[in-house]
Design a protein around this ligand. Structure first.
Ligand code: CAA
Length: 383
């Protein structure tokens, strides 16, 4: 299933697919077992432009539209969601926050490195006691002369131990969303420590960390946007992040379809390929339908973004449907594979383990439903 893509969109997708089939797919099981991708692939992805998509050329990016970005995220999700997360967080959550809210100096300082993949960013919003309720985060930043001094803890931070810059959300004012500000914190600042979280169910190839900020001092120009604008920056950025997660999930569903069809055609039982059995076709049809429906929801978001239209609720719908579809599709893929689906040689179980977090991070399925419900009814369930 395809929209009519431009030749640039087609060629970036083909380039991404060819590169990932060669450089990522053959290694993903080992990376998953070793709990780390080989970091050289980050540099190679930087050279190809994965980290520069939608970042303007004046800041070292490829420019390009959001649809191209979602096509790249789909290819990354199909190949290895751990890699999709590295790109999505650095380019998407951090790069796009700087692009949208940064001063010219902040853009010049950080974007060329992020766009090239030579600098990685992480997004420090979630804390041990505030996940869904992000507006009530408790990390604090106080003024000291012209500096800011930040104190607090962050949890489940993608790229946490690899990042060069952390976008840290901390309270500079009173309670609630309006008291939150955003800071660009170099991770080599004294008092900044990142500890890797091991033993995750999925996304095992990417570094997920806990961040500890103890009296971390940053200059006044580390403030991103206005004082008190942090929550708005986080929410604006997460809208796009949710589209990115959804696109990665389309890749998971597409990957599940591909491996299930390949396996069902070559695996024989009762004297014929299992692809010929109606109950196997039932599962394959469900995966195929999930792939098309999720992809169309994602492409609608990309189209809205590219036309400058509001897309927040469309992003919640895409993220909700695609993440749940990814879990469903991966479960179906395991069922098609039978016992082989239960071991990591065939890829189906990795898709399930990676898919499982997609219904949790960047806003749980329940949060997406409440955002959709609020948009439909005009009544907020959060107050
Ligand atoms: N765009 C722009 N502004 C927005 C916005 C959006 N999408 N959503 C809210 N705002 C603004 C509002 O306009 C409001 O500002 P005003 O008062 O000036 O109008 C302000 O923010 C507060 O808005 P709400 O009243 O909607 O805030 P809330 O407290 O009710 O929000 C919530 C509740 C929707 C549940 C929100 O807290 C939320 O989305 N929570 C989920 C957090 C999340 O997704 N965390 C993911 C962590 S990041 C991660 O996973 C990264 C990783 O490493 C992969």
């Amino acid at each position: 299933m395809d929209l009519s893509l431009t030749s640039e969109q087609e060629s970036f997708r083909a380039l991404a697919r060819e590169f990932l089939d060669r450089e990522a797919v053959p290694h993903r099981t080992r990376w998953d077992r070793e709990e780390s991708v080989d970091l050289e692939i980050v540099g190679k992805m930087g050279e190809l432009g994965f980290f520069g998509l939608t970042i303007p050329t004046e800041y070292g990016g490829l420019g390009g539209d959001y649809l191209t970005y979602t096509l790249a995220m789909e290819e990354l999700g199909r190949a290895d969601s751990a890699l999709r997360g590295v790109v999505s967080v650095s380019n998407g959550l951090v790069g796009k926050s700087i692009l949208g809210f940064g001063t010219e100096e902040q853009k010049q300082r950080w974007l060329p490195g992020i766009a090239a993949g030579t600098l990685l960013g992480c997004f420090g919003l979630t804390e041990p006691d505030t996940g869904s309720d992000a507006g009530n985060l408790t990390s604090r930043a106080r003024r000291d002369g012209t500096d800011w001094v930040i104190e607090g803890q962050k949890l489940f931070i993608t790229n946490g131990t690899w990042a060069d810059v952390a976008l840290v959300f901390a309270r500079t004012g009173g309670p609630g969303p309006k008291g939150v500000s955003a800071f660009l914190v170099p991770t080599d600042s004294p008092g900044f420590e990142a500890r890797e979280i091991k033993g995750k169910l999925g996304l095992r190839g990417q570094a997920t960390a806990e961040l500890f900020l103890s009296e971390v001092r940053v200059p006044a120009d580390a403030l991103l946007g206005e004082e008190g604008q942090g929550f708005k920056i986080a929410m604006t950025t997460l809208d796009k992040g949710r589209v990115s997660v959804a696109a990665g999930c389309v890749g998971i569903v597409a990957g599940c379809l591909q491996i299930s069809v390949d396996y069902a055609r070559q695996r024989t039982q009762f004297g014929r390929p299992i692809a010929g059995f109606q109950l196997v076709q039932d599962m394959i049809a469900d995966i195929s339908l999930d792939a098309d429906a999720a992809r169309l929801l994602v492409w609608r978001c990309a189209d809205l973004i590219d036309r400058g239209e509001p897309f927040s609720v469309a992003a919640s719908k895409a993220k909700l449907f695609a993440s749940e579809a990814a879990v469903r599709a991966a479960n179906n893929a395991i069922q098609v594979h039978g016992g082989s689906g239960y071991v990591d040689e065939y890829g189906a179980e990795k898709y399930l383990r990676d898919a499982r977090v997609m219904t949790l991070y960047e806003g749980t399925s329940q949060i997406q439903k409440l955002l959709i419900g609020r948009a439909e009814t005009g009544i907020s369930a959060f107050v």
